[in-house]
Design a binder for this molecule. Structure first.
Ligand code: SF4
Length: 424
């Protein structure tokens, strides 16, 4: 038995409610279990309980054993003086208030369906990829559908937190904040940090002044990324180097360290050099990128906007001065979807919240419904268990479920867990 489970049993009334009596033998009728309190103080606030002939409104405290009251030193804490009911799994002793009056106590031990305890232990002690791996398919689809909607919003909101912080730092300059997040996304997992540092080292307003020259945009990006400090022989690189030296002086720029970029274990087409060249193409082709993104009407337009490619030099290079076979370096469909899912959707969603305009929030969610589910280990494992995940909408919800609930064994906070607890 855990206190978490006793809380859950009380909160959802998972015990025999007819002929309820306190251990002092007074009749109890629960009108309202109260609001669960996750901070310090009593466990449930504002409960309404009829004890004997009196209707009480106040707080409820929960313990496994009644004697935990003394162990937790509640007898010396005034916050616990107005407890109207002490709910315990096991009433191993009488508990007195500091006024020497006995606290009405409800013992659950003999009125809980034992299956709930057995099922809880079964799920909690399971070591599979997710604790309910063998049982989840017994959950009715309506419960799973409902949880998907809730989890999806949770996931988008968790992504908007970082955006919110950066928006404040950028004095609510949406265009600049969007440019920084977009750059970070171009680094994907491996080079997200150097890409973010790179974007923060050159304000997007500088690019606006060079919007007609791709070589100048590339010079700014490769130079600030720390790639233009070497000795080159190639004409194109010498041109970038000269441009950069001039622009660096003009805008008093400080480059980031080249060693921050990671190439190891990356496929050449994902090398940061290629991603920087593609990002340069995005800047070159999309002035006012944020405004264009926010007013886009569908994900097809967004995909077109993101169909960028590295410039000519990169068609036969993956790194500086090492020639390879010619291959167009287009940003692939999976990468484009990744950017829509991780940058565009949270931005459009948050913009809608800020403007109090549901058109934007709904539009952002609809993008996810129209994009195919991404491929990664989490999604693969969910599919192996037998769940159908077709869209990015479902995929994002199931990633949230795995990371924020299953991995932390928060099964009592999950409606699938609530169902299985009662129905295994
Ligand atoms: S959190 Fe929910 S889905 Fe995840 S293991 Fe627990 S009961 Fe299953």
């Amino acid at each position: 038995m855990t206190e978490e489970l006793v809380h859950h049993i009380w909160q959802f009334g998972l015990f025999e409610q007819n002929n309820l009596k306190t251990i002092q033998n007074e009749k109890i009728e629960i009108k309202k279990a109260g609001t669960y309190n996750t901070d310090a103080g009593p466990d449930f606030f504002n409960a309404k309980i009829k004890i004997g002939d009196t209707l009480w409104a106040g707080n409820v405290e929960i313990h496994i054993n009644a004697s935990d009251w003394d162990k937790h030193k509640h007898q010396n804490n005034l916050a616990y003086n107005n407890i109207i009911l002490h709910v315990v799994y096991n009433a191993d002793q009488k508990i007195l208030r500091n006024t020497n009056t006995e606290i009405p106590t409800l013992e659950l031990k003999n009125i809980i369906d034992q299956r709930i305890i057995t099922n809880y232990q079964k799920i909690k002690s399971n070591k599979d990829w997710i604790p309910c791996e063998k049982e989840i398919k017994k959950t009715p689809s309506i419960i799973i559908d409902n949880i998907i909607d809730k989890l999806l919003i949770e996931r988008i909101e968790s992504k908007t937190k970082q955006i919110e912080e950066n928006l404040i730092l950028n004095k609510f300059n949406w265009e600049e904040t969007f440019y920084q997040h977009m750059a970070k996304n171009f680094g994907f997992k491996t080079n997200a940090i150097p890409f973010e540092l790179l974007a923060k080292s050159i304000p997007s307003t500088i690019f606006a002044k060079h919007k007609n020259s791709l070589p100048q945009i590339e010079a700014l990006l490769f130079g600030q990324a720390g790639f233009l400090n070497d000795h080159f022989n190639d004409t194109y690189l010498l041109q970038l180097q000269n441009e950069y030296l001039f622009l660096k002086q003009k805008y008093k720029l400080q480059p980031i360290e080249k060693h921050l970029w990671k190439f190891l274990r990356l496929r050449p087409s994902n090398f940061p050099t290629i991603r920087i060249a593609q990002f340069a193409d995005l800047i070159f082709n999309s002035v006012h990128l944020f405004s264009k993104t926010i007013e886009a009407s569908n994900e097809i337009y967004l995909s077109e906007l993101l169909k960028v490619k590295a410039s000519n030099y990169w068609q036969n290079h993956y790194v500086f001065e090492k020639e390879t076979k010619t291959k167009e370096k287009l940003l692939g469909a999976e990468s484009i979807n990744n950017i829509i899912i991780n940058t565009i959707v949270p931005f459009v969603f948050m913009y809608g919240k800020h403007k109090n305009d549901d058109n934007y929030t709904q539009k952002s969610v609809s993008y996810l419904q129209n994009i195919k589910a991404e491929k990664n280990t989490i999604i693969k494992n969910w599919k192996d268990i037998g769940l159908k995940i077709n869209t990015a909408y479902e995929a994002q919800a199931f990633i949230q479920l795995k990371n924020e609930y299953c991995s932390q064994k928060k099964c009592l906070k999950c409606s699938i867990g609530n169902y299985l607890l009662k129905n295994l």
